[in-house]
Design a binder for this molecule. Structure first.
Ligand code: AHR
Length: 499
């Protein structure tokens, strides 16, 4: 198989935020997964566990979305500020019926993002909140000066406003966020976003309009129509900077999604068929966006994506705690390649969810922590962040799979960074066949090639007792040719090559 790369043909900027993450007040994502409190025996800085923060810094997490998810449209931010002992204790009705003590709130979120060195993406409450509540939250977070909310923030120990990069106006408002019709949400979006004020002109808040569930193209069309109709905004991008879409692998199968670790080839290829469907989802929602926004000013924000399997046996079904295998790594590998190749429209993507929930990059158990195969893919792909996509195409791919689920075997994306270094990321989803690969550059002779490989049995995964079953390995079995490289890409693998 040949991979042709035209390193001179730039195709667009890969926003680092494509490698973003999502954190919700759900199960052990925030509590225990990232926040253990200042008094915990688990080493922490201001309550954030050090092991997790350090591991996340290694993958250069660019942006973190919070507080939900479905939780966002039930969250009343004032419950999560002020002295912790006086914060309201309540039931997390959506996720597991456990006590939410609000000890992680706005101040803690910004502290976590400070430690991670990442951008901030807060999702507001449209479903059960008021315009005033949303508007006051933005004022609390971002207004420098004298105002009731700025004064309250100062009283709570934060003198200066924070930098709020992204703000979502509701979440899944077609479902858990209020069961709205697109027309109704479109009306509400126009109204709510009006009061998401940018107080700091140097740092305008990027407003995200709540988008569709996977292939619900009707939602996208109707919401955009509503947001572009008269009286239309002068700046003319439908009152929004971004429009979201959510797409999961597994949830389409109904209640019984299947085990995270115990599955056969047939299930594997059906997962991959679904994962590769992301391309069509982006293209079809993108085509509708093009009708309203041909200059692609509005970013597509895939702020929830990933595998959704059955919870681990014996765990709270409302906690969505699942293991993570080479299947998940391949889903991540092909999906991130798709995002890169559509970087002209995809502005941000957040995998669901960062720790201990759905397709996590990290799992924790008390003081222990394990990195998942998906973590390694994010680590291997980090060089694409902020790089330029370059033209690439594969010749000689084949279909692999079972029954109706036939998928292309190898998937790629290629970028060049500011120093002129190329990054090639490949995913071979064939479970049995290794691939004879030849990379051919347009002009350059490859210099200093380096590669990292992630491979293993498709059900291989890391546990607290065996944390290194799936891990990155240095790969140097290639032959350097006049214009490229030759090597064998193992089955069921993800590879990064830098040159
Ligand atoms: O990520 C879990 C849930 O999936 C989120 O809360 C919701 O937005 C989606 O349905």
């Amino acid at each position: 198989m040949k991979l042709y790369i035209n390193e001179n043909e730039k195709k667009g900027y890969i926003h680092p935020e494509i490698y973003g993450h999502f954190s919700e007040h759900l199960g052990r994502c925030i509590y225990e997964g990232m926040y253990v409190g200042e008094d915990s025996d688990i080493p922490n800085v201001n309550g954030m566990r050090t092991d997790v923060v350090e591991a996340l810094k290694e993958i250069q997490i660019p942006v973190l979305r919070w507080p939900g998810g479905c939780f966002a449209d039930e969250y009343h931010w004032k419950d999560g500020i002020g002295p912790k002992e006086t914060r309201k204790k309540m039931v997390n009705t959506h996720w597991g019926g456990v006590t939410e003590d609000n000890s992680f709130g706005t101040h803690e979120f910004f502290e976590l993002c400070r430690q991670l060195g990442c951008k901030t993406y807060v999702c507001g409450n449209v479903g059960s909140g008021t315009v005033q509540e949303m508007s006051e939250w933005v004022e609390y977070m971002t207004l420098d000066g004298v105002s009731p909310m700025a004064d309250l923030r100062k009283k709570n120990g934060q003198e200066k406003p924070w930098k709020l990069d992204y703000f979502g106006v509701g979440n899944e408002n077609w479902g858990c966020g209020g069961n709205m019709t697109p027309e109704y949400y479109g009306e509400l979006y126009r109204r709510y976003q009006t009061y998401v004020r940018t107080y700091d002109r140097e740092h305008p808040i990027f407003k995200v309009c709540g988008g569709a569930d996977s292939v619900d193209y009707n939602w996208t069309e109707k919401v955009l129509r509503k947001c572009f109709e008269s009286p239309a905004p002068k700046a003319a991008h439908g009152f929004m900077d971004g429009l979201s879409v959510h797409y999961y692998v597994g949830s389409e199968k109904g209640e019984h999604k299947g085990s995270a670790t115990d599955f056969d080839e047939e299930v594997f290829y059906s997962s991959l068929t679904r994962a590769l469907g992301m391309e069509e989802v982006i293209e079809k929602h993108g085509a509708i966006m093009d009708q309203f926004d041909p200059e692609k000013k509005i970013g597509m924000i895939v702020d929830e994506w990933g595998c959704w399997h059955d919870v681990e046996p014996g765990t709270n079904p409302g906690f969505l705690f699942q293991q993570n295998t080479m299947r998940d790594a391949l889903v991540a590998g092909v999906t991130l390649n798709i995002f890169n190749r559509h970087c002209d429209r995809v502005r941000m993507a957040c995998i669901a969810q960062i720790v201990n929930v759905l397709q996590s990059v990290i799992l924790t158990e008390g003081p222990r922590m394990v990195l998942t195969p998906t973590y390694h893919v994010f680590h291997m792909y980090r060089y694409h962040q902020g790089a330029e996509l370059v033209q690439s195409s594969l010749q000689g791919t084949r279909l692999v799979g079972t029954g109706a689920d036939q998928v292309t075997d190898v998937h790629q994306s290629v970028s060049v960074d500011g120093q002129g270094r190329l990054t090639v990321t490949l995913a071979n989803v064939a479970l049995k066949e290794a691939k004879d690969m030849e990379i051919l550059l347009a002009e350059r002779r490859p210099e200093h090639p380096e590669a990292v490989l992630l491979t293993g049995a498709v059900t291989a995964h890391n546990t607290f007792d065996e944390p290194d079953v799936v891990k990155e390995q240095t790969f140097d079995q290639f032959e350097v040719t006049e214009r490229g490289l030759k090597f064998i890409l193992p089955p069921c693998s993800v590879m990064t090559i830098r040159m």
